[in-house]
Structures are given as C-alpha cells and as structure tokens.
Ligand binder design. Structure first.
Ligand SMILES: Nc1ncnc2c1ncn2[C@@H]1O[C@H](COP(=O)(O)OP(=O)(O)O)[C@@H](O)[C@H]1O
Ligand SMILES: [Mg+2]
Length: 380
C-alpha cells in the first residue's frame, strides 16, 4: 500500500495543502520551507498507530498542540490530517483516514479529537464523535486507530502506518552512541541504535542484506574489500577490511568508517529492511555526487519488488539529475506568509516548458529553492 494523497490543515508551516503522492516522491524547497515538517505528518500518524504510541504521546513528543498548529492560522482552528491509501501502482483509493485535533479548553488541556473518520473505498465506516463519545467526552483523547478493540474494521491502516520508517542517519551518533546519553528518541530517527537494529535481524537474512551492501560498497568506497557484522562484549559492530599493503592493518570498526560510508550503509540497509513507508531525509548528505546521482535508481530498484513507498527530501542537484525522474514525482515547496505552498512540479507551467526546452528537472526546479535575496548574504 502507499499513501496516494495527503491533505493537511494547520499542520506546522502548512496552513492548507492537498498533495498527490507517488510511490517515489522527492520533496524540494528552500531551507526551512517545511520538508521535514511534511515528513513529520507521516511520522505523527505512525506515532499514533504504533504499539505503545497513541494520540496523547504523539502530540506530547512534539511539544503540544501549540507547537503543531500553524502560526499562520489566525484563530484556534483544528489541526487536520487526511490521507488516502492506494495500491502501489494504482490511483484507486482503498482507504481514507482523517482526523481533526484541538486542545481542551478547560481541565487538563489535553489534545482531543474533533473528529475521526475512516472510509473503506467510498463508504464511511467510522464517524466520530459518535453516541458513545458524546456520553463520555474523555474517549476523544484517543483515536480508534490506536485501539485494538476499536480498529478491527480498519486494522490494515494501523498496521500500514505503524510500519513507517524515518531515516536521517547522523554518523556521529552511530559511531559514538555512548557520548550521547539521555533517553533514546522514539523510533530511533538518527540511527543511534542502528547497530542494535542490525543485530536483531536473524542471521541468515542479515548476512544476505549485508552481502548486498558489501557489493555496493565495493563499487562506491575505494579500497573497500569486505565487511562483517560482529558482537564483541555483547555490543554489535561492523568491521570492514580494506585492501592495504600491510595485510592486518586494513581492518576498521564503524567508528573509523567515513560519514559517507555509514550513511550509504544506513540507506542500503533501510531500503532492504522493511516494506512499509520509508521516509528518507536528505540521503545525499556526505556522499560524493557520482553516488548521489545513482540514489534515485537504487531506490526504484529496491522499492519495486516490495511495492514500498519512499518519500525523499533533498537539496541535491545530482540527485534530481536522474533522467528517469518524472515531474509527477517531485513536490516543490514554496514558503509564503500564509504558510508553505506545495505543488507537483508537473503542475508548474514554467518548469514544464523549461524541460521541453531541454533542461533536466534539476536545472528547472532547483533555482526555485534558493532564497530570494541570497546575494545579500555576502554583505553580512
Ligand atoms: N507550528 C508552526 N507554524 C508555522 N511554522 C512552523 C511551525 N512549526 C515550525 N515551523 C517552521 O518550520 C520551519 C522549519 O521547517 P523544516 O521542516 O525544518 O524545514 P526544511 O526541512 O525544509 O529545512 C521553521 O522555519 C519553523 O519556524
Ligand atoms: Mg529539514
């Protein structure tokens, strides 16, 4: 399944957007235009749906409704999220899920639902508040999505959303997890526990996936020869062997890998690991442009057999220079005082005509992502 459309109202810097999504979608826009905030809407739904999650935790983890609600909203309207779900290669809508959220005016000022609706194809199968909610208002502090007792008719949506994975691997965190104390972040978004994740996969599968990564690293990383997964004193490690004139000197553990090598391992592992929605935050970081330019094709190749959706934020000219990317697969985010606007690149006439004139998507789109007065930065 994939999310074929998302409609947001008052979600962070999006006052009102309605965007179609493809099985592979690239999101581009200036700094602070809301690319990460857009991905966060999917993570929010995951956080509601996941075991031990729920609406209250999902809102609390984000600092409360006041942090989530769009600053461009003038009164105190609901924060609203609606998604449509479809099969991988189809536009037919299988499910729709929609919620509105606000903060209680009195009492504990908890986040509460103003509505929760589920459609199976076109049929409305859940419509809250229902009579039970009206009798007991406290029920509106929880979604049915998060409750096993209540979501039997649409558990497929819960299962789909909870399998969402977000990847924004920070190499330093992976290399030196002990230096970053404090509670671990839910879902391990930055890869602190990445090695534990690898260790939890059964040996046969793990070796098969690592073998594939090894093949890729041999191409991408100079002198790289092979690598292995090891447990030492109960702690998981990756150990790579590099070709070296002194045979024994070529071994390195993950804390000596280059940032780019680690990010590439993280990317390749995550693409193989699951089959739920995968959210990739700027996968180009620390990677050489020749490798970056292959990322779209790599994603395409690995997502296809699993029918898995991948949403990618990027700033990279190299990444978008792949001729195989269609304009329908690119969302352009443009900030405005009324919140960020999101358009499919194919719906912007100037971009279309630039492409007809022979430009690549990257050449046509990326100039739009630079700040208006960028030249003044040198006057600083
Ligand atoms: N509730 C909100 N209302 C409006 N803007 C918000 C809200 N929360 C965060 N933002 C703004 O969103 C911007 C950050 O967006 P982000 O998704 O990190 O951008 P990007 O990933 O594109 O660089 C910041 O400028 C921040 O002020
Ligand atoms: Mg960002």
């Amino acid at each position: 399944m994939i999310i074929s459309r998302i409609i947001l109202k008052n979600w962070k810097n999006f006052k009102d957007i309605d965007v179609p999504l493809r099985s592979r979608t690239f999101m581009v826009g200036p700094n602070a235009s809301g690319k990460s905030n857009l991905l966060d809407a999917f993570r929010f739904l995951r956080d509601i749906a996941k075991p031990g999650g729920g609406l209250q935790n999902a809102v609390l983890d984000r600092g409360g409704i006041s942090k989530i609600r769009c600053l461009a909203a003038r009164t105190h309207p609901d924060v609203e999220i609606e998604i449509h779900l479809s099969e991988f290669d189809s536009d037919d809508v299988l499910w729709k899920y929609a919620i509105g959220i606000k903060q209680e005016v009195r009492g504990y000022r908890l986040p509460i639902l103003t509505y929760e609706r589920v459609w199976k194809e076109d049929k409305l199968i859940l419509n809250r508040p229902d009579n039970n909610d009206k009798k007991d208002k406290e029920r509106l502090t929880q979604t049915h999505l998060e409750q096993i007792n209540a979501n039997k008719e649409f558990r497929e949506i819960t299962r789909f959303l909870e399998s969402t994975v977000y990847l924004h691997l920070l190499p330093q965190l992976l290399k030196h997890p002990q230096s970053f104390t404090g509670p671990d972040l839910p879902g391990d978004p930055f890869g602190k526990g990445f090695l534990e994740r690898i260790s939890k996969v059964n040996e046969k599968t793990r070796n098969a996936w690592l073998k594939k990564i090894e093949t890729a690293l041999k191409i991408a990383v100079p002198q790289f020869n092979k690598f292995e997964f090891k447990e030492e004193n109960g702690r998981p490690h990756l150990e790579a062997v590099y070709d070296h004139w002194r045979p024994k000197a070529g071994k390195q553990k993950e804390d000596q890998f280059s940032d780019g090598t680690l990010r590439l391992i993280g990317l390749l592992w995550s693409l193989q690991e699951g089959d739920g929605l995968l959210l990739l935050e700027e996968p180009e970081l620390s990677l050489n442009s020749a490798i970056v330019s292959k990322i779209p094709a790599l994603i395409f190749k690995l997502q296809k057999p699993k029918k898995r959706q991948v949403l990618i934020t990027t700033h990279s000219l190299d990444l978008l220079s792949d001729k195989g990317i269609s304009l329908d697969e690119i969302l352009v985010l443009s900030p405005s005082v009324e919140g960020t606007i999101v358009l499919t690149a194919s719906s912007i006439p100037e971009i279309k005509s630039m492409l007809e004139g022979g430009m690549s998507p990257a050449q046509a789109i990326l100039p739009r992502t630079k700040p208006k007065n960028i030249n003044q930065l040198t006057l600083f």
